[in-house]
Every structure is written in structure tokens, then in C-alpha cells.
Write a new protein. Structure first.
Length: 379
């Protein structure tokens, strides 16, 4: 595997030199495409006759960090650098340094001026503004790419790779490049869709939503309202949740601890996770899923505990390894006689009182037990 990686890095350097030395032409794209096939990077396109030569803007979904390089193997196009720093690195990755780091209004103005010159290649834009794995759904399309031109051509991009995930969130483009060279092969399937024109007096937001729906149907995924900012916030929550400290001395196995789903948009609120942990300390026999479901509805620890004690929320008590590993409350030993130094016995975990009949008494008993548990944990 290491020898294959070194060999592909060597060939990749030659691909870069060839692509930089030769001018942009059909011959250059053919040579680079053949060399990329040696690297295990295969590019296929369905019905290239659908590609409209008069269109100045291509709209594609974003899967990997090298989507613009792959589509550039099929037709001449440029992608502006949005987040990459200008300089040699930006140029070597194949980005167009046009309004990099500027505001959306300035960028749209620069792109309109670029597209007005027919000698310039078409623009390839990614309205999602962030890469996804392309298997669940499309991020919400930004409206600024649809303000550049009144006619765009959607491009559906599907990427397959064995053994290794195609796109990993929070990974750098260097990491993705190394995994691309390490994987046996990566197949890019490009499908050209018919051109879409803006309707009379149609806002850019509606135009973007219409193209997003067309691409979602073509790819067989859902069209979401989640944006690139939502994805960034989702990743922050995942990183924060993975660093949350659990109760010291807890004997719960890792499988029984709180987990946050990895699907996009399904991140559980950290506040709900913390409250569920508090409820689990008081009622260790209640499953975590039942606790989280009721907390999502009540957003209150006391109300959820009361609902579970009063039977308002049905559940099956945990049994087996998960519940056996939980620390059982030990009865309080008799108070030790004070010694001459005034020292006291080591604090013991308070035992639960008898279950009261009325809700008021149960609530008071619950509050007392919670305070006793907190005092015990603090000591």
C-alpha cells in the first residue's frame, strides 16, 4: 500500500507538470485524463451531447475537494476561489483568483464581468458551498450563483470509491488527496442536465430552489434547507459532544453512554444530552432513548422525572449488562460517633425513600433525593 501511494504521488506530480505546461485544449485534457486513469481516477460522462456550449454557468453538487478538477477534464471551465487563500496554492489547485475573500455583491459583480467576455471559459459554481458525501441530500443552494446569468446548466455529480469513504467532514484537501491516491480507484460519474432558464421576474432564490430540486431528483436524494453554516455548526456540536466529560467512576459501558447521531441535521442538543445524564443518575433503570424523547418535549428535568415516576411515559426497565453495570445506591450506615478531632465518617450514597402515594409527596421526596445525590457527588 505504501509503495502504491508513493508511485501514485510520483505520477500525480507528472500530471501536475503536464497540466501546467500544456495550454488548455482537447489534447491536454485527453492526456491528463489518461494519466489520471493510471492513478485510479476514472471520469465518466453520460450523453455529452447534452452539454450546451452557449451556457456560461454550470451548476453542480459538491462531493469532493476535486470536483472542479474532474469536470475540467471533460470541458474547459473555471471555478472561483471562495475560501482558498490567493497565491500559488490556489492556482495549483485549479481555482480562479477572482474576488477571493470578497463580499457576495463584489464577487457577483466580478463574475458577471468575467462571463461577459465570450473568450473566457464558462464558470463552474457549487451553490452548496460545502462538500457532502452526496448520499443523503443536497445542502440549500445559495442564491448568488444564480445572479450571474439567466441561463445555467445543472451538472449531477456522483462519486464512488471502494473501502474508503469518498468525503469526510472536517478533512483537509491534502488528506482527501492522499486517500484518493491510496484507494484502489475512484469513479466520478458526470451527468449533464438540460439548461434551465430564469422565468420572467423570478427571484434568484426561487431560481436556485428550482435548480436544486432538479438536481435532487436526478441524484435520487432529498432537497434540504440546511446550509453550509448549519453543517459547520453541526460539526462544532459533534466535536464539543465528543469532549463532554462523563460522570467520574461511572461503570457504564461505552455503548450505553450518550451518543450523538452522525447524520446531517440530526445532531442532538447538548443541553438535552446534559439533562438526560442528570435524569439517568436519578433513574438509572430508565432507557436513555425514553429520557431523551421526553426531554425533547418537556425541556425540563423535573417534569421528565415526574412523568417517568407517575407512569405518564411508558417504558421497559433496562435489564442485563447495561443496568447491571450501573452503581446501585447503598444504604446509609449509622452515624459514627464524633471523635476527639471532630472527624466524621466517609459520606455514603443516600438510599431512596419509600415510594409515596400522592404526586406532591413524590415530588418533594424526589427533590430531597436529588439534593442528597448532588451533595454526595460533590463530597
Amino acid at each position: 500500500g505504501l509503495c502504491l501511494l508513493v508511485l501514485r504521488l510520483f505520477i500525480g506530480a507528472h500530471v501536475f507538470l503536464v497540466s501546467c505546461a500544456l495550454p488548455d485544449s482537447v489534447l491536454r485534457r485527453f492526456i491528463v485524463r489518461v494519466m489520471c486513469s493510471v492513478l485510479g481516477l476514472f471520469v465518466r460522462q453520460s450523453d455529452p451531447r447534452l452539454r450546451d456550449a452557449s451556457v456560461r454557468v454550470y451548476i453542480a453538487n459538491h462531493v469532493t475537494q476535486f470536483d472542479h478538477n474532474v469536470i475540467n477534464l471533460l470541458t474547459s471551465c473555471n471555478t472561483p476561489a471562495l475560501n482558498a487563500a490567493p497565491g500559488f496554492l490556489c492556482w495549483s489547485r485549479g481555482f480562479l483568483e477572482l474576488g477571493a475573500g470578497s463580499r457576495a455583491e463584489e464577487l457577483v459583480h466580478s463574475l458577471k464581468a468575467y462571463s461577459s467576455h465570450q473568450a473566457n471559459p464558462p464558470l463552474l459554481l457549487f451553490p452548496e458551498e460545502a462538500a457532502t458525501n452526496g448520499r443523503a441530500g443536497l445542502l440549500h443552494f445559495s442564491s448568488w450563483p444564480f445572479s450571474v446569468a439567466d441561463v445555467v446548466q445543472p451538472v449531477a455529480l456522483h462519486v464512488q470509491r471502494p473501502l474508503v469513504t469518498v468525503s469526510v467532514a472536517d478533512s483537509s484537501w491534502i488528506t482527501e488527496l492522499l486517500w484518493t491516491f491510496f484507494a484502489p480507484f475512484t469513479v466520478y460519474q458526470v451527468r449533464w442536465l438540460p439548461s434551465v432558464s430564469r422565468r420572467a421576474e423570478e427571484p434568484s432564490e426561487d431560481f436556485a430552489l428550482r435548480v436544486q430540486e432538479l438536481l435532487a431528483v436526478e441524484l435520487g436524494v432529498v432537497s434540504t434547507r440546511l446550509t453550509a453554516a448549519d453543517k459547520a455548526e453541526h460539526m462544532k456540536r459533534l466535536r464539543h459532544t465528543s469532549l463532554l466529560p462523563f460522570a467520574p467512576g461511572s461503570s457504564q459501558p461505552l455503548a450505553a453512554r450518550l451518543r450523538v447521531p452522525s447524520g446531517l441535521g440530526a445532531a442532538e442538543d447538548v443541553r438535552i444530552v446534559a439533562m438526560a445524564q442528570r435524569v439517568k443518575e436519578v433513574l438509572p433503570h430508565v432507557p436513555l432513548e425514553v429520557i431523551r424523547t421526553d426531554l425533547a418535549r418537556t425541556s425540563c428535568v423535573d417534569t421528565t422525572i415526574a412523568n417517568l415516576l407517575e407512569g405518564s411515559v411508558p417504558f421497559c426497565p433496562e435489564s442485563g449488562e447495561d443496568s447491571a453495570d450501573l452503581p446501585a445506591p447503598a444504604p446509609s450506615p449509622p452515624a459514627a460517633a464524633p471523635s476527639a478531632q471532630g472527624s466524621a465518617a466517609a459520606p455514603a450514597q443516600p438510599a431512596p425513600k419509600q415510594f409515596a402515594k400522592s404526586p406532591v409527596e413524590r415530588h418533594l421526596s424526589l427533590q430531597e433525593r436529588k439534593r442528597a445525590l448532588y451533595d454526595y457527588a460533590r463530597r
